[in-house]
Design a protein around this ligand. Structure first.
Ligand code: HEC
Length: 439
């Protein structure tokens, strides 16, 4: 009897020991199947799949293994996934956060250092399907668009310098004024996804009223959903001014067409708040004068530019999208409140012109700014050889449309509200924070 008890104890001890040692070794060396594949599936494969914009698929061990060292390099330097906002300062809650957590980066590092073992294929996560680039990304949430507008066809050249295609196309399809809820910019697939670098579709109303930017696109930003109860007024008649920047990448094709899908509030419904969408804030200190006239970056040198804008009414900020070119490195957006306090809202500190990312704030993280707030933007340009995408540090760089010239502005998704709406929004935000604290 005693012996049996001992044996049972021994088995328990051995069992516990076995479990512990298994855990310890799992901590020492993560495997592809168990630890790394789920990260790559969630954070990489939607670009790194056979038809995606990433240069190689990263979906199986055989595809990933040859790139293990490069993956370690790009993830540890936070170059991949592309996400250039400074994690050390400003708001960090974004709806479209693509970045890896510190734990995920450490897991990849430990895996590569252990020799990138495959592990047990039985541990692999279930495969997931990626929506084809031919589909509307917002269709899952919103159904098919209410209206689709199309650019006129363009013949894509394989090689050469930046190309601009700026057709004007009549706007048809609305028989009464409507409020826009969401918009998605969809280049053709697969060609357009590779060559359309950025662009926009702006409605110029027939009555000469204020222009309405229906959709703005850059690699890294293809759609916009306005917050609950917020919409953009769209008149019935006018012309769509398309502004498409094609960047030749070695592939050509005739009759390329870009589409924009539009989703509206129901007919006759006026949302509580009317937004102006993304607004351009210049970052060059010269209000109303020749644009960006003061960008003059010396060879092997730096330049810092600041622009300030006073808010004449309260506002909510939804998103932040800096626009610089190849020498642009940093753009900071700060709020200077009427009481003189100052806060960094967001800072992009690893700007890369190949990507035009809109950082879309989580609902509760959206800056809520009183009248009189000053938005202050600061751009930093690096024309030294340390800038890896600098095409030529020997040159003086000035303002211009080409990627090798410079620009300095921010696109800010903003809704101006009245004092009453502001007071209400502040009270609601307090209440939510209070409830969160109590939970
Ligand atoms: C939004 C799309 C996108 C996502 C998400 C993405 N990549 Fe990439 N990746 C690209 C593109 C495009 C390139 C090539 C251009 C560049 O380097 O910027 C690239 C380049 C790379 C390279 C360098 C390849 C070479 O030959 O130089 C590596 C390595 C890489 N990605 C790994 C990853 C990993 C690992 C993840 C996820 C943790 C990831 N990427 C997420 C689009 C993406």
């Amino acid at each position: 009897m005693i012996q049996l008890k001992k044996i049972v104890q021994l088995i328990i001890t051995l069992g516990a020991f076995g479990l512990l040692s298994a855990q310890a070794s799992a901590q020492e060396s993560p495997t592809y199947s168990k630890d790394v594949a789920p990260i790559l599936q969630e954070k990489c494969a939607y670009c790194h799949n056979p038809e995606g914009i990433g240069p190689m698929p990263l979906m199986t061990y055989d595809q990933v293994r040859p790139f293990a060292t490069l993956i370690h390099d790009r993830t540890s330097k936070r170059i991949m996934p592309p996400w250039h906002v400074d994690p050390g300062i400003g708001i960090q809650q974004f709806k479209n956060d693509a970045s890896l957590s510190d734990v995920q980066i450490d897991t990849i590092e430990a895996w590569v250092e252990a020799g990138a073992p495959e592990g047990n294929p039985a541990d692999l996560p279930a495969p997931i399907e990626f929506p084809s680039g031919a589909e509307w990304q917002l269709a899952d949430q919103l159904g098919p668009p209410d209206l689709i507008i199309k650019s006129s066809p363009y013949d894509v050249i394989a090689n050469g310098q930046d190309q601009w295609w700026m057709p004007n196309v009549p706007f048809e399809g609305l028989d009464q004024e409507r409020f826009l809820k969401a918009a998605e910019f969809k280049p053709s697939y697969p060609l357009g996804k590779k060559v359309v670098h950025h662009g926009h579709a702006v409605l110029m109303p027939e009555d000469g009223g204020r222009t309405v930017a229906l959709a703005r696109y850059g690699v890294g930003k293809s759609w916009e959903i306005f917050p609950e109860g917020t919409g953009m007024r769209v008149p019935t008649d006018g012309t769509i001014a398309w502004n498409l920047h094609y960047f030749p990448v070695g592939a050509e094709g005739a009759d390329d067409v870009v589409e924009v899908g539009l989703w509206f509030y129901p007919e006759g419904q006026t949302p509580e708040r009317e937004t102006v969408g993304e607004v351009l804030f210049r970052v060059d200190g010269l209000k109303g004068m020749a644009r960006g006239q003061d960008i003059v970056i010396p060879p092997h040198g730096y330049q810092v530019l600041t622009g300030t804008h006073r808010l004449d009414s309260p506002a909510v900020i939804h998103s932040y999208r800096p626009h610089l070119h190849m020498r642009g490195k940093v753009m900071t957006m700060e709020a200077i409140f009427p009481d003189g306090t100052k806060e960094v809202l967001s800072q992009v500190n690893k700007y890369d012109h190949n990507w035009q990312i809109a950082y879309i704030y989580e609902e509760d993280a959206k800056p809520l700014l009183p009248t009189g707030t000053i938005l202050q933007f600061t751009s930093v340009f690096d024309n030294t050889a340390n800038n890896p995408i600098n095409p030529d540090p020997e040159q003086w760089v000035v303002f211009g449309r080409r990627g090798v010239d410079e620009m300095s502005h921010a696109w800010v998704g903003i809704t101006y509200i009245n004092e009453e709406q502001f007071a209400q929004a502040v009270a609601e935000k307090r209440l939510r924070q209070e409830t969160l604290r109590l939970e």
